[in-house]
Structures are given as C-alpha cells and as structure tokens.
Design a protein around this ligand. Sequence first.
Ligand SMILES: [Zn+2]
Length: 531
Amino acid sequence: MRAALRDHAGVISVHHNSSRTRRLLTAAGLAAAALAASLPAGAQAGAAAASVPPPRTSTPAEARTAAWLDAHPKEAARFYRDMPKGGDLHNHLSGAVRTEYLIQLAAEDGLCIDATTTAVAPPCAAGTRPAADALTDAAFRQRIVRAWSMQDFPQNESGHDHFFATFGKFGAATSHRGKMLADVAGTAAAQNQSYLETMVSPASDGAKQLAADVGWDADLAALHRKLLAGGRLDQLVATAKQEADTADAEFRDTARCATGNPGPACRITVRWISQVSRNSAPERVFTQIALGLRLAERDQRFVAVNLVQPEDGEISLRDYRLHMRMLDYLHGLYPAAHITLHAGELVPGLVKPEDLTFHIDDAVRTGRAERIGHGVDLVHENGWQRLARDMARRQIAVEVPLTSNAQILQVEGDEHPFPVYRKYGVPVVLSTDDPGVSRGDIGQEYRRAARTYGLGYPELKDLARASLEYSFLPGRSLWRSDPVRQGFRPVEECRALDSARCARFTARNPKARLELLQERSFRTFEARYTG
Ligand SMILES: [Zn+2]
C-alpha cells in the first residue's frame, strides 16, 4: 500500500487549484440540456422507447415494500442500509477505509502527525505529535478527520483539491492491506452487500523498477518480450501473489474468519483489481498493465486492471490514445483478463475542449473496456448517441459514484449523465469510489439516486441486481442476456429459483450463485414489509 500512497501522492502534484475547478460549475452544461438540444423531441422519445422498456410492473411484495417506504420517510436511512445492494464494483481500497480506523492504524504503527496533518514515519520530531495522541485527544482527532476526509468541508466549495490531498496525508497509514480490507468488507456487510471488487497497486515498487530497467520501446511486442526476459515479469506476478497471501491472512485474522465467531466481513466475496498509474512514464504504464493482466490470468483473486490517477493529469492526457493501444495489444496476449477503465471523469474547464470528445469512446473501442468508471463527460463526446447505443448493445456498464462526482467534479442532479445512460439502456451500477474520504456509504448512493432521479424500489432493486450481473465474477449469470433492457428473467435452469436444477446450476457458476443468494435476501427483506 506504500505504492498506492505514492500513486495518490502523485495526484496532488498534477491537480489543479480550486479556482480552476470552480469554473466547472457554470461550464458543465451536461446531460439533460445536451440531450434535449441534440435530438428533436420526437427522435428523443423514439430513441428512448426503442431501447428501454417502460418501468417494469412490481410484484406484490415489491409494491408493499415501496408503499412502506413512502409511508415511513424517517426510516429511509435504515431502509437503504438494510436493502440488499449486491456488489461495489468501483472502490479504491485505501480511500474506502473509515478515517477513524486509519487513525487507529497510524497509532498502532507508531506514526507521527506533522504540521500539515500528514502521517509520517517515527520518531516524532519537533513540530510533530504521535498519532496515538488522537485516541485520547478529541480535538486533535477531529483535526485529523477533517484533513483526511470531506468531514465538515463546506458544501458550496469545490472539494477537488481537498479530496485528492487526503491520500497523501493518510498514505503512510495504509500499509496493512488485510486490515484495511477487513474494515471495508465489514462496512459492505453492514450495508447488506455480498461482493466487492477493490483496487490496489500490486508489486508496485518492483513494477516501477522493471519499467525503469527496460525503458521505453514503441514496438510493444519487443517491449513485452523485454519484460518477460529472465522471468522478471513472472517474478512480479509472484510478488503480487505473496502480497495477496499476506493480505488474505491478515484479513482473516482481523475479521476472525477462522474462529467460531467470524466477523460479518468474512461473508463478503472479494476480488482485486490491479491499478495502473496512468500519469507516469509509458514504460511504467505498459509494465503495470502487463503485470495486472498476467496476474489476472494466473491468480483468480485478481480479475482486472484499471487505469487510475487523474484522467486530466498532464501525461494521462498526452498519452491517452497510447494507453488505449497498449491495452488493445496486451488484451490480445491476455484475453481472459478483464479491463475496466476510468474514462470521462472530466468536465468542461478541467481540460481543453477536444479532450472531452473521445475518452469513453476510445476506452470501449480501442482500450477494450468492459466497464467504464464515471463516464461523466458522455454528452461532450463526438457521436455520443451512437456511443451510448453501442454501450447498451454491448452491455458495457458504467460505474457511477454520485457522491464522488458531486464532491470532486461538482456534477450532480440534472448535470449528471446518470439518467441519460439509463435512457439509452446502458447498464448502470452504483458504486462508492472512496467512501472513507467521502464519509459516505453505498446506502447513501442508493438513497441519493432514488431522491435525485425519482427511482422507485423496483428500479433500485434492479440496480442492485446489475451490480452483480456486471461484476467480473466467473461463470454464467442467473439472468438471461441483456437484463437491463429486457428485464431480469431467470435462465431456463432457474425458472424455479428453489429447484434442485437451479441449485446444481448455481453450484457451477459463482456469479449465478451470488445472484441467487441476493434474490433470497430480497425475499427476506421484502417480507419485513408485508405485515
Ligand atoms: Zn475511482
């Protein structure tokens, strides 16, 4: 996790000052307006009707559940906490840990807090204080919480700089991957989720060294051969596996998974996604992509790669198309590994206009992305309607963290493309991004989506279903194909969900198994409201 610290620390240096980000507010003439402007009214309705079925009819239990929620608005927070919410598919591990727990880890590691509220290694020199002081000094603790998260940050100000600065401040406290996972998975369990794909940077120091040793070569095949020479890339795969073993052991120990009283975190199915630091030299980006894909093909705990660091960083922008070509080439060598990409986490004013016009498109066409993270700039892309229709047809899901988008990009409500994606039938999965920093949780994301976009309980339930459907879990689905546009209808084997035939089917298919468990969980949840 030290590596992740440096990745995130890099964020600070390339990010922009607040005044620049503030300009985004007025410039962000996003989804609704652009959609209305770009299509005549009839065509708009036609496009929507052609691709998306009308809101589905509710089952009696769903209708009673929805009615109960309408009648008990004060119970909404608990309702959204307890509702089954599938998986979190966009989650950066260090940014997802609760700040209070990071402070505890800093104290356990004997770290010091300096004058800029940054955790630093001991011994605690003049001008620093032991992090452990925060366990007994409430005012000191509160100061750290505010520096390491969005706690008490003024809502009418851009949180962009403050948000990204937190990673550098708490980074030194993020060296215990397994303990952090226990915290994050524990929160997921408390939120009635069953699955987590979380992002880390495997073998980061080794990958950086290997990249520096081989240098850049525009001949990608030759560059890949250099990485393999002498078994060096495989050494990194071995290192990454060892890191995962250590994290697993620490996780199981922290969550007491092997005891008679296992913690709720042990119920969560976890997969890792390998981060690639996109705002770095091309040889390093290539090495990290190759490592992440090779690792995903050799260790089933790892499922995918994702490019992280700000998409508006200087190198991220300069090399965007090159990175997509790297992914295209390496995908040919590692076709079984999955790819999901932060793409279009941009708004007008943050980048020059032409940079808003192609990132999502290039990610899905060249970069082989099976899912997109954020996708906020959709309607600024060239031919975006065609892109949205293609994404719907190919079932390329968009991972949407509404709170993160509001805090970092100040895009929310009608300016957010959430309703546009849904209108075109693109699968949407609600996610948290960095809930520790945001001081949020997935329940709040569902509540926010429901309130902002007028979604009823059946629509929320289908969003939860989508969050497992578009996960990178192996095996067949419980649902027939294209469920977002066609409705969630069980496959032939599971026409009767409780049948022996369905049990045999789900035993062979991990994705379908979690989906079936969630359907049972929905049944239990809805039964509360039938009285
Ligand atoms: Zn992210």
